[in-house]
Design a protein around this ligand. Structure first.
Ligand code: HEC
Length: 106
């Protein structure tokens, strides 16, 4: 095999894998779920306070989503798939306390 062909194949593999990784969790879907699902309660004068995404670090949001629902959230979580919870986690992490600092605009 010549070098150019190998390089092309590696490039295709990298592009394919990067695409897969991005498809795994989609913050845009998470954003929509936050608006459509979470904000049914988490809104001004709602059943719960508005959520402050930057009140927690990425690690704290991971813990929140990985540790299962609190009793108030049991019926909410039941309607969400593992994939949807992953999208939510990804979106919340995007606006977490420490993510903004990494971008230099916190
Ligand atoms: C049925 C109403 C309801 C829905 C829908 C709901 N929550 Fe809540 N949530 C509550 C209540 C009530 C509390 C306060 C009591 C508690 O902590 O369990 C709360 C508390 C929280 C807290 C802790 C308080 C804080 O501000 O840090 C977080 C985080 C949270 N919710 C995230 C979510 C997320 C994410 C979703 C969407 C996937 C969601 N909630 C959807 C009712 C709801």
């Amino acid at each position: 095999m010549n070098k150019a062909l190998v390089t092309a194949m590696v490039l295709i593999a990298v592009i394919f894998l990067a695409g897969q990784a991005m498809a795994a969790a989609d913050w845009r879907k998470g954003k929509k779920l936050h608006r459509d699902v979470c904000m049914q309660c988490h809104k001004s004068r709602g059943a719960a306070d508005r959520l402050q995404l930057n009140a927690r670090t990425k690690a704290q949001w991971s813990e929140f989503f990985q540790s299962g629902p609190t009793s108030a959230h049991q019926p909410v979580w039941q309607k969400l798939s593992t994939e949807q919870l992953g999208d939510l986690e990804f979106y919340f992490q995007k606006y977490a306390k420490d993510d903004k600092q990494l971008l230099g605009c916190g």
